[in-house]
Design a protein around this ligand. Structure first.
Ligand code: HDD
Length: 749
């Protein structure tokens, strides 16, 4: 929704306006034909209103002074206005999520490309003309609600589909595997990664002893560790990352035939990350970087989009892989089972109120609709318990499904009653089934009436606490992931591990990690060891009382069947990933470094070229206010060198203009802006006198370097022209930005 539209929507704030909204028929336009938004509209209360009132509707005539015995006397207990206001304030907070506390969300819709009836009877996957409303919440895992967006962490990617058959929640992550194979280890994992209990340090970071202590004793986490140490864990934007359902689920068609399915979200803007050095700096400069980015993109009408992909496996092929489909530490490589893209999700509206929607939304892996079912993945099975349980405490009782954001658009009738904060006024004598007094209503829906019937999987087993031997290979896919990365990405993993383990103070923990890394890849381990100034131990010393299988008994590992000769999976890398061939500069933020006296055409024509390609242009100047070009063009300074920062932009341009460049040369921050950009391998362009700023910043070393070549891109990601502006310069700048980073400039580790 554009800014204009938002303003229009919130313009009216009186009772009459609200009346109009609540009386509006479905698809009134309020919700852009989105049934969930129309439903939410019934609860909208715009800020303002005519008179200030208490919660009982009594008008308040003095909101500045409490009721006192004399103007210098004590406050009276009688002051019900003061008491109500303070009491409500005291209770404004609810417990934050125990994990995924830091989140950002948006509304949108999903549309399937063609009917999936052959595979699933799920109603929302049948008709390409149907737009199913969605609410999506992205999150980090370890940090508190107010923590930085740019932590090295997994990103939550939770989608609530408000389907005509009830809510379906796909509660996934941006990484397709998980740390542990069994949910019983989840509290331990989270206790280990959260700030340490004695001093609550560090916030939103895994680089500390307890996390790596746990991991070093948990070899099954090694595949996940490769992903978390990769650039996937520091995305450039929530709009530029993949999503995964992680577990294997089931699709069931109307004939009752089941197939295994893995879910993927493929972002249309491609896969992009920031460097760790940037991530740390962004955490200081703008801890809301991802939240702001998502919000602004939607406000600007640059709606983020993902395609929903599925990998479908026939039941007869369940055992034909060299890993177990039920093991959440494994992927099905896309080269073995291709991802079929079956629909598109578009996020096109920001929430009206963070607390009411983003904070109060309650996801649950158990929210499924007919046509989608579970498998026996022991991690998924544990999650099926956890989510409902956690919402009961977090949202204060059993009626959280009545909170507007959680309410399904499908009709809801049952005999569940009462409890804290019940909103519904259930009329009638009966609250049980079967009944005769109300004609049997509400009655059970047979499967022919969309009643949910669990897949009748045959189970004939002993009750045991054991893990299947088919879960015992903890390293093959970790190795596959590492080997599939480009050299640059491998270096980033090495550096990330050096950083994280370098923060670990207990030497035996580092050693255990080096031992495990050596099982993944010898070179990886030795490079990490080099950075730590340590040696890889020849064998793993089990600490006293270690109760988990610290190493793998090869006799217990199932023989490999399919894909044992698979060396690399290109779909696992971010750089040159074949799934994202079209590089675009859409929504990239380009900083123009300018001051008074800039060359008007050099600024305006370049801006036009970039905007035509879909990028956003912002000016950064020695001060805020307006700037005037040599020929009188007036532009607003969006940032000063104080309020802006190099790490917040994707590319940089210094336009021609003698006076402008002279002023920038006197500004030490301008040079450090460009030097950081250079270090972070971003594209920098200059025209005419702008080149002198590159020279004074030390980026162009030999003064005549540019004259010696007729190439506009005279060094990787450095674009310049002696002319004030030529279209060829703009076109080259666009092509260079589309490569995102110029890794040739990055020093090897
Ligand atoms: Fe979880 C929240 C994703 C394992 C227990 N989880 C939560 C959220 C996401 C995930 C995206 C945030 C939802 C939101 O935005 O409100 N969790 C995952 C994935 C997992 C996973 C992809 C592994 C494949 N989780 C997992 C296990 C357990 C939990 C094994 C417990 C046995 N997760 C929870 C929770 C949370 C949660 C405690 C905290 C807040 C909430 O549920 O609503 O129930």
């Amino acid at each position: 929704m554009s800014k204009g539209k938002t303003d229009e929507r919130i313009a009216g704030n009186n009772a009459k306006n609200r009346q109009q909204i609540s009386n509006s028929p479905p698809n009134s336009g309020y919700g852009e034909n989105n049934q969930k938004l129309d439903d939410l509209a019934k609860n909208i209360e715009d800020a303002g209103g005519e008179f200030l009132t208490t919660n009982q509707g009594v008008r308040v005539n003095d909101n500045q002074n409490s009721l006192k015995a004399g103007d210098r006397g004590p406050t009276l207990l009688e002051d019900f206005i003061l008491r109500e206001k303070i009491t409500h304030f005291d209770h404004e907070r609810i417990p934050e999520r125990v994990v995924h506390a830091r989140g950002s969300a948006a509304h949108g819709y999903f549309q399937v490309y063609e009917s999936m009836a052959q595979y699933t009877k799920a109603d929302f996957l049948q008709d390409p003309s149907v737009k199913t409303p969605v609410f999506v919440r992205f999150s980090t895992v370890a940090g508190s609600r107010g923590s930085t967006d740019l932590a090295r962490d997994v990103r939550g990617f939770a989608v609530k589909f408000y389907t005509q058959e009830g809510n379906y929640d796909l509660v996934g992550n941006n990484i397709p595997v998980f740390f542990i194979q069994d949910a019983i280890k989840f509290p331990d994992l989270i206790h280990a990664v959260k700030p340490e209990p004695h001093n609550e340090v560090p916030q939103a970071a895994s680089a500390h002893d307890t996390f790596w202590d746990f991991i070093s004793l948990m070899p099954e986490s090694m595949h996940m560790i490769m992903w978390v140490m990769s650039d996937r864990a520091i995305p450039r934007s929530l709009r530029m990352m993949e999503g995964f359902g992680v577990h294997t689920f089931r699709f069931i068609n109307d004939k009752g035939k089941a197939r295994f399915v893995k879910f993927h979200w493929k972002p249309l803007l491609g896969l992009h990350a920031v460097l760790w050095d940037e991530a740390q700096k962004i955490s200081g400069k703008d801890p809301d970087f991802h939240r702001r980015d998502l919000w602004e993109a939607i406000e600007n009408g640059d709606y983020p989009e993902w395609e929903l992909g599925v990998q479908i496996v026939e039941e007869k092929d369940e055992f034909s892989f060299d890993f177990d489909l039920l093991d959440p530490t494994k992927i099905i490589p896309e080269e073995i089972v291709p991802v079929r893209r079956i629909g598109r999700m578009t996020l096109n509206r920001n929430p009206d109120n963070f607390f009411a929607e983003t904070e109060q939304v309650a996801f649950h892996t158990g929210n499924v609709v007919p046509g989608i079912d579970f498998t026996n993945d022991p991690l998924l099975q544990g999650r099926l318990f956890s989510y409902l349980d956690t919402q009961l405490i977090r949202l204060g009782g059993p009626n959280f499904h009545e909170i507007p954001i959680n309410r399904p658009i499908a009709p809801l009738h049952n005999n569940q009653r009462d409890g804290y904060m019940r909103q519904t006024v259930n009329r009638g004598q009966t609250s049980y089934e079967p009944n005769s007094l109300r004609g049997g209503c509400p009655f059970q829906a047979g499967t022919d009436m969309s009643g949910f019937a669990s897949h009748a999987e045959r189970i004939d087993a002993r009750k045991i606490r054991e893990r299947s031997p088919s879960f015992h290979d903890h390293f093959s896919q970790a190795t596959l992931f590492f080997k599939s990365q480009s050299e640059i990405e491998q270096n980033h993993i090495i550096k990330a591990l050096r950083f994280e383990l370098g923060k670990v103070e207990t030497i035996p923990i580092r050693e255990r990690m080096l031992f495990l890394l050596a099982q993944v890849d010898k070179q990886l381990a030795s490079k990490v060891a080099e950075g730590l100034g340590a040696a890889i131990p020849a064998k793993l010393e089990k600490p006293v009382n270690m109760s988990v299988p610290g190493d793998v008994d090869p006799k217990k590992v199932q023989p490999k069947r399919v894909a044992q000769d698979m060396e690399v999976s290109p779909a696992l890398r971010m750089i040159d990933n074949p799934n994202f061939p079209n590089e675009t500069i859409k929504t990239r933020k380009i900083a123009f470094l300018v001051s008074d006296g800039f060359d008007d055409a050099a600024l305006l024509d370049m801006k036009q070229t970039l905007m035509t390609a879909g990028a956003l242009v912002m000016t950064v100047a020695p001060r805020l206010g307006v700037l005037t070009g040599a020929n009188g063009t007036v532009v607003k300074a969006d940032f000063s060198f104080l309020t802006g920062s190099s790490v917040l932009f994707d590319a940089f341009y210094v336009p021609d203009g003698e006076a402008s460049v002279a002023s920038l040369k006197g500004e030490p921050e301008a040079a450090s802006f460009l030097n950081e950009a250079y270090k972070h391998c971003k594209t920098i362009a200059a025209s005419g006198a702008g080149i002198e700023l590159l020279a004074s910043a030390g980026i162009v070393t030999a003064a005549d370097e540019i004259s010696r070549t007729d190439k506009l891109e005279f060094r990787p990601g450095l674009v310049a022209s002696r002319e004030s502006y030529a279209q060829s310069l703009g076109d080259q700048f666009v092509r260079s930005i589309a490569r995102h980073r110029h890794w040739e400039r990055e020093p090897a580790s």
